[in-house]
Ligand binder design. Structure first.
Ligand code: AMP
Length: 604
């Protein structure tokens, strides 16, 4: 089944193509044609099933662009969900001229929300309380509303919105179409449905069991060129005794294997082009424990029957959430514990969020372990190994019997010798630096000369000197970049709009083209400039922490730190002019792996 078979209009089909969705999900397949006929729907489906598209597409099609008034009202339990739905609607409406959506939620100032209503948005997504407020103030007029959507209705009832919903619904005109979505069914939900709709078509999508709780899932933000090194560090720390590493292409699989072999690890590959006999041989070695690490593509791993993998590493984010589930399903099998580690780049945040929503788990953000931490764990692990062997050692070897040497000295020398023999020299990577703001691996030492790891996953940021104050929305910018800048599909990432400026993530290869074509251009009737955003230089005009009673330096001495005051971590790592602070906000300090190791010494 394809999207075009669902009866969707060409403008939305084009937007779906830009978004990169190829086939409709089951809820989309079942709900869209019914909703396009104008019928009511009750969809029982979970987050991650693609329900937002399932209701947004028919809703957008029901809108008359020439009418500048609210025509679709969508109620959602939280501000985050409302904003997220609006983003998807905006993307779908990329080629629908004169159609726009706005989120309306409590806890934020009324100004921008009223402005959006005055501007004539047709698709409003909001939390019930604020929607009701604006309706009662006469700011949100309901005369033209012909479709009501309830998203995550069970969540809204759990949050106590029943009365607000009833009051909102009471003010809506009839007849109207109602699309109702809930992850669960209960008597309260059933009676809400009955009060909203007479004979809705019910569509139920079973939630598959996606991931197991014994699998610990974490994420490292790592530039592509550092990933082999981080992978090696995971192996070095003994975190991966039998690991499966996934990459999206055969080429990257080959590069990983070459990189790890060059570092001396027992590793092999598995990809679709290999003859069956060779694949079986590799799997056999892996099963027998002759290989530490097996590197595979998704296709090659289908049907892989190995159930004691202790770690799965996603060297790259899979393109589809389903692949993530298949990949990590290789660990934590049969009640065992397992870990899934995923490497992401700056461009992957929205895909990561999509995967998280799909599996219904928020992965733990972690910072890459530094060389010093790896070294420390390695030393301790060596002591553990020595102690383990010591417990079984009985006879002193002949050669050591008559040595006239102090036993402490002997032990120290042996320890150093072992350390030297088992040590691998760590490569410096940009992630070792204290600041999280770095432009790719500009200044970092090359990781593995001779391999082409060049900037594959990097993004560049464009700066535009216009934002919310000019009424600019993401779709305006996306339209500008695609239509006037000639950006190829898939080269535009996150678009963030601030009061007076906007930041646009793009693939580095289109920076030159876009900054040349759009250095001066027009958006929403205003002339603006687009140039590459170089960010805020380190040590530059960093954000100041508010400290009561004086300047930062004064506060330092007030805290008794005097001249030894060191800037807070966020001062040095403050990234770019927008104040977004992704690295340190999302990413935890590296784990204390030592604390996680069983302390075998204590038990002796
Ligand atoms: P939802 O259930 O609406 O929260 O959607 C979950 C995620 O799946 C969102 O990030 C969507 O962008 C994505 N998605 C929705 N429909 C499709 C599709 N047909 N193919 C691939 N991804 C999709």
């Amino acid at each position: 089944m394809t999207f075009s078979e669902l009866g969707i209009c060409p403008e939305i089909l084009e937007a779906i193509e830009v978004l990169g969705f190829e086939t409709p999900s089951p809820i989309q397949e079942q709900a869209i044609p019914v909703a396009l006929e104008g019928l009511d729907i009750v969809g029982l489906s979970h987050t991650g099933s693609g329900k937002t598209l399932a209701f947004s597409i028919p809703a957008l099609e029901s809108i008359d662009p020439s009418v500048r008034a609210v025509q679709v009202l969508c109620l959602a339990p939280t501000r985050e969900l409302a904003v997220q739905i609006c983003r998807e609607v905006d993307k779908l409406a990329l080629f629908l001229d004169g159609v726009s959506a706005a989120p309306i939620y409590g806890g934020a100032s009324f100004g921008p929300q009223l402005a959006a209503l005055k501007r004539g948005v047709q698709f409003v997504v909001g939390t019930p309380g604020r929607i009701l407020d604006l309706m009662e103030q006469g700011e949100l007029r309901t005369d033209n509303i012909s479709m009501l959507i309830l998203d995550e209705a069970d969540e809204m009832l759990d949050m106590g919105f029943q009365e607000d919903i009833d009051r909102v619904v009471a003010q809506l005109p009839t007849p109207r179409q109602t699309l109702f979505f809930s992850a669960t069914m209960s008597p309260a939900i059933r009676s809400l449905i009955d009060s909203l709709s007479e004979n809705p078509t019910e569509i139920s999508i079973e939630r598959p069991v996606l991931t197991v709780p014994t699998c610990e899932q974490s994420v490292y933000e790592v530039v592509f060129s550092s990933r082999i090194e981080v992978l090696s560090r995971l192996i070095e720390m003994g975190r991966m005794k039998r690991g499966l590493v996934f990459a999206n292409t055969k080429r990257v699989v080959d590069d990983i294997v070459d990189g790890l072999l060059a570092r001396g690890y027992a590793v092999d590959r598995l990809h679709g082009d290999m003859p069956q006999t060779l694949r079986e041989r590799v799997m056999d070695s892996f099963r027998k424990g002759c290989l530490n690490v097996l590197v595979a593509t998704d296709i090659a791993a289908r049907g892989l029957d190995i159930d004691d993998v202790d770690m799965v590493v996603n060297f790259e984010l899979p393109r589809e959430p389903e692949d993530y589930v298949h990949r990590i399903g290789r660990t934590a099998r049969a009640g065992r514990k397992g870990r899934a580690v995923t490497f992401i780049g700056r461009r992957d945040f929205s895909l990561l969020a999509r995967i998280e929503r799909f599996v219904g788990v928020r992965m733990q953000r972690e910072k890459v372990m530094t060389g010093t931490q790896v070294e420390q764990v390695r030393r301790e692990s060596l002591v553990d190994d020595i102690l383990e062997l010591a417990a079984q050692a009985h006879d002193v070897p002949e050669e050591l019997r008559d040595l006239e040497i102090d036993s402490e000295k002997l032990l120290t020398a042996m320890f150093n010798l072992l350390l030297q023999k088992t040590s691998r020299e760590l490569q410096p990577i940009p992630e070792d630096r204290p600041s999280r703001y770095h432009r790719a691996a500009d200044n970092a030492a090359p990781v593995d000369k001779g391999q082409d790891w060049s900037n594959l996953q990097e993004t560049a940021t464009l700066f535009m000197n216009g934002g919310k104050l000019l009424g600019i929305r993401p779709k305006d910018i996306a339209g500008l970049l695609y239509n006037e800048g000639g950006a190829p599909k898939g080269t535009i990432g996150d678009i963030r709009i601030f009061l007076k400026h906007s930041l646009i993530e793009v693939a580095p290869e289109v920076v030159q083209q876009l900054t040349t074509a759009l250095s001066t251009c027009s958006v929403c009737g205003y002339e603006v400039n687009i140039r590459e955003d170089k960010g805020r230089p380190e040590g530059g005009n960093a954000r100041r922490e508010f400290i009561p009673g004086g300047t930062r330096r004064a506060a330092a001495s007030w805290q008794g730190k005097g001249s030894s005051y060191r800037p807070r971590r966020d001062e040095s790592s403050y990234s770019s002019r927008n104040g977004r602070f992704r690295g340190d906000r999302d990413f935890r300090e590296p784990r204390d792996y030592r604390a996680e190791r069983p302390d075998r010494r204590k038990s002796r």
